[in-house]
Design a protein around this ligand. Structure first.
Ligand code: SF4
Ligand code: SF4
Length: 143
């Protein structure tokens, strides 16, 4: 894929998914996009982002995206939007808030723990791997 848009529009809960990304995903294209976004939005990056509760650049590479709506399961789009809004609420950001990604990482460090991930993502297939909670821990400890 080419260069990422500035600012990069991102589903709010994808910040948490990026923390846990270890090369797994729904398709090779999805994994390539996640890898590119994760590389550019590293913990010290000042890359500008806009936080959304709708499909984003990662969804655009996902086989579950049909017509710019998440169709992973019945009612998936409304459930994912609720997840995005819950992340925004816990971080104290409005929908469409724009900031350097480092500010979002800083807010996540201040406000979230692995319990929040368990509460925000109770039914996610990836959560039981523990990668997202470990990614959050790495962000917090800087290790
Ligand atoms: S548990 Fe699933 S939805 Fe939640 S941050 Fe991890 S990968 Fe993303
Ligand atoms: S389309 Fe759905 S499953 Fe795919 S990345 Fe977007 S929110 Fe996740």
């Amino acid at each position: 894929m080419g260069e990422l848009a500035h600012p990069l529009a991102l589903r709010a809960h994808h910040l948490l998914c990026l923390l846990g990304f270890r090369g797994l995903g729904y398709s090779p294209e999805f994994v390539e996009t996640m890898g590119k976004v994760a590389k550019d939005l590293h913990p010290k990056s000042t890359f500008p982002i806009t936080l959304l509760a709708e499909c984003d650049v990662i969804c655009a590479s996902c086989p579950h995206n049909k017509g710019n709506q998440c169709r992973k399961k019945a009612n998936a789009e409304s459930k994912v939007r609720a997840k995005d809004r819950e992340v925004l609420r816990r971080l104290g950001f409005e929908v469409k808030a724009e900031m350097p990604v480092a500010e979002a990482w800083g807010r996540i460090k201040e406000r979230l723990t692995s319990s929040d991930i368990a509460e925000i993502c109770p039914r996610c297939q990836w959560r039981e791997l523990g990668y997202c909670a470990e990614g959050l821990e790495r962000l917090v400890t800087g290790k």
